[in-house]
Design a protein around this ligand. Structure first.
Ligand code: WT7
Length: 702
């Protein structure tokens, strides 16, 4: 890149844009020691995965796996956008993550479990023992539950070893697992049981979180009841005991329906189950995520393409070697955990750490003590945790003798300030950082630097990873000039093996949501006509790095997790007094964004704290604690257009203490000032600073 192009990058900004965007950051070179040992240190990787090599480049990832039968076609595009990868191949994910490592790594730790209580010992599970336990569990699922390939099973499991064991046991049989984040409520789990058509729910009696051994079995009962009310019968509920042999929940077991897994497992001691050779295109799992409508989408991921993609990116972007101790602090209940705690790392024979609890328990030094004790050398977390650890223990990392060679950030944009603390304090200036941008739908990373090759730039994810070609379109479908620094909607030009197959049970929504917007020709069989719409705003700097600006749809990214505004609003409407509800994102120092809720009551009801409390509880019960709003405001009326649409954008401005702009065209302009005063107080506090892009554009479709 020349000086001149960088200069134009700046002069092309309008004044408003400069206010929104961060300034161009300095670059950091990957440490030499890292480069020397890296899996991908040859610049030739960009060439190998260059546009001319598509789609054959992805053979390199597929070849990292062991196939029972080789694939014939790398990419089949005959039914866009339902791409097929490695067609004709037969493969088993459990075999690839476990069995094939036995010869070389039998007695190496595959997984290390760190309980939240610090006085409880860690548990290292070798590949041999993982093999034993996956086989026994697979036998139980097959013979006790009657499960077979293609059936769906819902899990509502916390962060213990039983979760990856049960996932791999399903994969062994070709059973499609659907893990619901353990922190979600019983109702949220129930709706996902219903959507996936599961007859079996697998959960745990209790788990530790922030110093408390919480009752989790109660959620299983609620989940089963919710599913039942929606017409889906659950036949068996399998409950793992957090402490085998001891029941840690006060909620009774239901006779004939509920079973303790660890007890039933005794009948399968030493049992072996051959891994079933699955079609490359057979679904491996479902992972639900929020979209712009109330109903969560079951992202359906395939076996061959997905596993190839997470193996390849684990090797080249996460730089995992079998000798590394790798710790991703995410929850396996999110896609990050599926791809980069379980499937990716185990496919490349890593030692992967599973931590049960919160990062700051009992204090903000905990992660660094774990790293020191286990010799963790690759660390992976989200900006929200980085901000929290920085706030609560800025000096903590220094106190511990651990050394990371590589660190990842994922889930939301990271402010350069937080990035620098991560780099200098957590990484001690020795570790390379990758800022990985991707989504539940994508299977694996889309944008990131290749750690030994590309310099790091705080706050920017980087270019597309090898084989991924992002492009930015404007509102009218016009391509934004590459490297121009102009914001637009980021899309991916080409299919890739990790992309979801479809939305479970709703292929039309899949096409509408991700492809309809910029599809050039609905009849075309050429993948070039089908760019994938990610739903994020982004801009590309002159150096080719993408900076992600946040969601463009009605989704609020809370601490790196997606919540649909419609889901929140539907939860509010279950409170009988509530006539209308609107959820908006508010910038939050630690969590990135948090929802704030505005409600209008039905005629004849008085505003009260009691109603507010029930609105909060409705969100916690129906979605989970993660959906707890920062505030709930009861307003006399919602600001509305003349056609009656709620103007969420105006509410978002008020919540974020920004100027509401011109409201004279509304049906009820006066209500805006009333709401403003009740939220912000009489004095005008609105600042003239521009809102972050995602909030500024929020509710534009209203
Ligand atoms: C949304 C996807 C799969 C990662 C975990 C979250 C935001 C994700 C980044 C990043 C800026 C990011 C986007 C995306 N996001 N990573 N590195 N920089 N924003 O998965 O729940 O499906 O959320 O998270 O807005 O669309 P998810």
């Amino acid at each position: 890149m020349t000086k001149k192009t960088r200069a134009t990058e700046h002069t092309e900004f309008s004044e408003a844009q400069i206010a929104v965007h961060w300034k161009e950051e300095e670059r950091f070179r990957p440490p030499k020691k890292f480069v020397e040992q890296a899996n991908a240190k040859d610049r030739d990787i960009r060439e190998r995965f260059g546009p001319k090599k598509f789609p054959n480049c992805f053979r390199e990832y597929a070849d990292m796996l062991t196939w029972f039968e080789p694939y014939r076609t790398i990419l089949d595009t005959s039914k866009p956008p339902f791409w097929k990868w490695f067609v004709g191949g037969k493969i088993n994910a459990s075999y690839n993550c476990v069995d094939r490592h036995l010869a070389q790594y039998r007695n190496k730790a595959a997984l290390i479990f760190v309980p939240e209580p610090e006085d409880e010992p860690t548990v290292a599970l070798t590949y041999q023992e993982l093999y034993n336990r996956v086989n026994e569990m697979a036998a139980l699922l097959r013979d006790f539950c009657g499960l077979k390939a293609g059936d769906r099973v819902t899990f509502h499991l916390p962060m213990t070893l039983e979760l990856p064991i049960t996932m791999l046991a399903c994969a062994r049989l070709g059973v499609i697992h659907s893990q619901v984040f353990g922190g979600f409520s019983g109702q949220a789990c129930g709706t996902r049981i219903q959507d996936s058509g599961s007859h079996i729910l697998i959960s745990m009696d209790a788990y530790w979180r922030a110093g408390k051994l919480g009752d989790h079995k109660a959620n299983a009962d609620i989940a089963v009841q919710t599913a039942q009310e929606m017409g889906q019968q659950v036949d068996k509920v399998l409950i793992w005991q957090r402490y085998p042999g001891k029941y840690s929940s006060p909620t009774p077991m239901v006779k004939g329906r509920d079973f303790f897994v660890n007890e039933v497992l005794k009948n399968y001691h030493g049992k072996r189950v051959d891994p079933l050779p699955m079609d490359s295109e057979a679904p491996l799992f479902l992972m639900y995520t929020s979209g712009s409508t109330g109903k969560p989408k079951g992202c359906q991921h395939r076996t061959g393409g997905y596993l190839a993609y997470v193996a390849g990116t684990s090797k080249y972007i996460q730089d995992i070697h079998p000798t590394d101790t790798y710790w991703c602090m995410a929850d396996i209940g999110w896609i990050t955990g599926h791809s980069y705690i379980v499937y990716g790392p185990l496919a490349v024979a890593a030692t992967s750490v599973v931590y049960e609890g919160v990062p700051t328990h009992p204090d903000a030094g905990r992660p660094w003590r774990i790293a020191e004790r286990l010799g963790v050398n690759i660390f992976h977390t989200a900006p929200t945790s980085i901000r929290m650890l920085r706030k609560q223990g800025p000096e903590e990392p220094k106190k511990y003798n651990y050394h990371f060679k590589h660190m990842t950030t994922v889930g939301e944009p990271i402010e350069p300030e937080a990035w620098r603390w991560y780099y200098h304090e957590v990484g001690k200036g020795e570790a390379v950082i990758v800022d990985t941008w991707w989504q539940t739908e994508n299977g694996g990373f889309l944008c990131s630097t290749v750690p030994a090759i590309d310099p790091m730039k705080p706050g920017s994810a980087g270019p597309g990873v090898p084989g991924i070609y992002p492009i930015i379109y404007d509102e009218n479908g016009k391509e934004v000039r590459a490297g121009s620094g102009q914001a637009g909607n980021i899309c991916i030009r080409n299919p890739w093996p990790g992309i979801m197959q479809t939305i479970w049970g709703d292929p039309e929504r899949f096409v509408d949501q991700y492809y309809a917007r910029y599809c050039k020709n609905r009849h075309s069989k050429d993948w070039r006509d089908w760019p994938y719409l990610a739903g994020d705003g982004a801009m590309q700097a002159a150096d080719g790095y993408f900076r992600i600006l946040g969601r463009i749809d009605d989704v609020i990214n809370v601490a790196g997790h997606r919540l649909g505004t419609k889901e929140i609003e539907s939860a509010c409407l279950t409170v009988p007094e509530v006539a209308e509800a609107a959820a908006v994102p508010v910038a939050d120092e630690l969590k990135g964004r948090v929802p704030e809720i505005y409600i209008a009551l039905k005629p004849g009801y008085q505003a009260s704290q009691e109603i507010v409390n029930r609105v909060i509880k409705a969100n916690e019960d129906l979605i989970g604690k993660i959906a707890r709003p920062k505030s709930v405001y009861i307003v006399p009326d919602m600001p509305k257009t003349r056609s009656g649409k709620i103007m969420r954008r105006i509410l978002a401005s008020i919540s974020n203490r920004k100027d509401v702009g011109d409201v004279t065209t509304l049906a009820n302009p006066d209500v805006v000032e009333q709401i403003r005063v009740s939220v912000q107080g009489k004095e005008k506090v609105a600042s003239k600073d521009a809102l972050p892009e995602d909030i500024a554009k929020f509710g534009e479709n209203d």
